[in-house]
Design a protein around this ligand. Structure first.
Ligand code: AMP
Ligand code: GLY
Length: 427
C-alpha cells in the first residue's frame, strides 16, 4: 500500500518523524500542517483553521494516515474529529489527553492506581496550598494544573517566591484559567528519564529510555526549558529498572485507564525521576505526556528500525503485540540550538548560514525556522538540532558537536555538555 502522510505540528519532533518516514518506500508524499521552513523541503506545508477545514484538506489531498505531534491538538480533540470522519489517525483521544491536560487529574488518577509519585496536594484554595507548603522542605515544586507551553512548573528554594507563584497562578494572573488550580509537590531528587510506551488501548511496548536535559545552561543550571538536548538509549536505564517502570508505572496506569473506560491509544510519555533508595534504583512518576517528547523524538526516530508506518497501523488495528519494534544497535545524541532570548522571549529573526558537514556523522533537524526568499531564518525559540549518530554515545556526542560547527546565526546558544551524565551514571 502507498501512503500519503500528514504530520501535525511545526517543530523538530515533526521534522524528525518526517525524516524517518522518507526512508520508507511506501511513503509517497509527506504533508505537514502547519510545518516549518525545514519541513517545506521534505514535504508540503499547509495551514488549517477548523477541524472541518482540516478534514476537507485531508480528503482533498488523499491523505491516508495522520500522525499528531503536539499535545495541544490532542487536547483540542482533533484525533476524535478525524476518527469520526473515517480518517486513520495515530494519536490519543481528547478524553485520554487529560493525563497531560490536567496535572491535578493526573496526580489523583495515578494515586488511585498506586503509581509511585511525589506526595502532593491539588487545590484552588490559597490557604490550603500554604498549609501544605509549610509541611514541605525546600526546594518547593509548584505546578499550574493546565497546559502552559512548558512554563507551568516553578521550582524554587525561596518560600516567599513559592507563595507568590501560587498566588499569581490561582488569581489567573500568570496562566489564566490554566493556573486556577495548582499542584504542590514534594521535591524528588534523582536522575530523570523519559520513557515512551506505544499503546493500542489493550497492550503496550516500551521504547528505549532517553535522557533529556531540561535546564538552559551547562551543569544543569538556569531555568527549565522544553529540553536543550537528549540522547538514547540511556545506559543508566538497565533491564531491571525498565521492568520496574513497566510494572509499577506504565501497567497500572493503562489498567486504570481501561477500568475507567478511557483506553489509551498512541504514545504515552512518562517523565520519571529515578531515586536511589537503599542502593536500589526506584522510579517515580513526575508527569505524563500524551505524545512523543521533543527533543527525545529526534534521537529515537533515527534509531528506529521498524517502520513507523507499521507501528501506527498496528496501534490503529489494536495489534501492537504483533509487531516487533526494533532499533539499530547505535546511539543518537541531539544538541538543541536555541535563539538568543530563549526561553524568556522571542528574539529578532536571524538569517542562518550552513556550511557543508560530513553526513556520515548525523544530520540537522529543523525546528523554529521559516523560509524567506530562499533563506532559512531563525524565528523560533528552539531553532535547530544537531543530531549525531554513532556506534556508542561518546561517538554520537562528538559527531553532534562536530556538525554544530557548520551552523551559524547571530545569538545562537547551545549547551556544551549534553551527555555529561554518560560517564558519571554508567560506572
Ligand atoms: P513536569 O512538566 O511536571 O515534568 O515538570 C517539568 C520538570 O520539572 C521535570 O522534567 C523535572 O525536571 C522538574 N520536576 C517536576 N516535578 C518535580 C518534582 N516533584 N521533583 C523534582 N523535580 C521536578
Ligand atoms: N522533552 C520534554 C517534552 O517534550 O515535554
Amino acid at each position: 500500500m502507498e501512503y500519503k502522510i500528514l504530520i501535525l505540528g511545526n517543530g523538530g519532533r515533526e521534522y524528525a518523524i518526517g525524516l524517518h518516514l522518507l526512508k520508507d518506500s511506501r511513503c509517497k508524499k509527506l504533508y505537514f500542517a502547519p510545518g516549518n521552513g525545514g519541513t517545506f523541503h521534505i514535504g508540503e506545508n499547509f495551514s488549517f483553521s477548523t477541524h472541518q477545514d482540516l478534514i476537507e484538506k485531508i480528503q482533498k489531498f488523499d491523505i491516508n494516515l495522520v500522525i499528531i505531534g503536539p499535545e495541544a491538538y490532542i487536547i483540542d480533540g482533533i484525533s476524535d474529529s478525524l476518527r469520526l470522519a473515517g480518517i486513520k489517525v495515530f494519536g490519543p483521544s481528547k478524553k485520554a489527553g487529560i493525563l497531560e491536560g490536567s496535572k491535578a487529574y493526573m496526580k489523583d488518577f495515578i494515586t488511585r492506581y498506586k503509581v509511585p509519585t511525589a506526595s502532593y496536594i491539588q487545590t484552588s484554595d490559597f490557604i490550603k496550598a500554604k498549609e501544605f507548603l509549610e509541611t514541605l522542605q525546600s526546594p518547593y515544586v509548584i505546578k499550574a494544573d493546565g497546559l502552559c507551553a512548558g512554563k507551568g512548573v516553578i521550582i524554587t528554594s525561596n518560600k516567599q517566591e513559592a507563595l507568590q507563584s501560587i498566588q499569581e497562578m490561582l488569581s489567573g494572573e500568570k496562566f489564566g484559567n490554566e493556573g486556577k488550580c495548582v499542584v504542590i509537590e514534594e521535591y524528588l531528587d534523582g536522575i530523570e528519564l523519559s520513557v515512551f510506551a506505544i499503546c493500542d488501548g489493550k497492550d503496550y511496548v516500551l521504547l528505549p529510555a532517553c535522557q533529556d536535559h531540561k535546564r538552559l545552561l551547562d551543569n544543569d543550571m538556569g531555568p527549565n526549558t522544553g529540553g536543550m538536548g537528549a540522547y538514547a538509549p540511556a545506559p543508566f536505564c538497565d533491564d531491571n529498572l525498565m521492568k520496574k517502570i513497566a510494572n509499577k508505572i506504565i501497567q497500572p496506569t493503562l489498567d486504570g485507564l481501561k477500568q475507567e473506560n478511557n483506553p489509551f491509544e498512541g504514545v504515552l510519555f512518562a517523565g520519571i525521576m529515578v531515586r536511589d533508595i537503599n542502593g536500589e534504583k526506584e522510579p517515580f512518576l513526575l508527569e505524563y505526556n500524551v505524545r512523543f517528547g521533543d527533543p527525545e523524538c529526534e534521537v529515537l526516530m533515527p534509531l528506529l528500525k521498524t517502520p513507523l508506518i507499521d507501528i501506527c497501523e498496528s496501534v490503529i488495528k489494536r495489534e501492537i503485540k504483533k509487531v516487533k519494534i526494533e532499533f539499530y544497535e547505535k546511539s543518537a545524541l541531539a544538541v538543541v540550538i536555541a535563539s538568543k532570548e530563549y526561553p524568556y522571549t522571542q528574539a529578532k529573526p536571524q538569517k542562518i548560514t550552513f556550511n557543508n558537514y560530513d553526513e556520515s556523522l548525523g544530520h540537522i533537524v529543523f525546528a523554529g525556522v521559516t523560509m524567506q526568499d530562499k533563506n532559512m531564518i531563525a524565528t523560533g525559540g528552539r531553532v535547530l538540532l544537531s543530531v549525531g549518530i554513532g556506534e556508542n554515545l561518546k561517538i554520537a556526542k562528538d559527531n553532534a558537536y562536530q556538525i554544530i560547527k557548520s551552523i551559524d546565526f547571530s545569538g545562537m546558544q547551545y549547551r556544551r555538555d549534553i551527555g555529561h551524565r554518560i560517564d558519571e551514571v554508567c560506572k
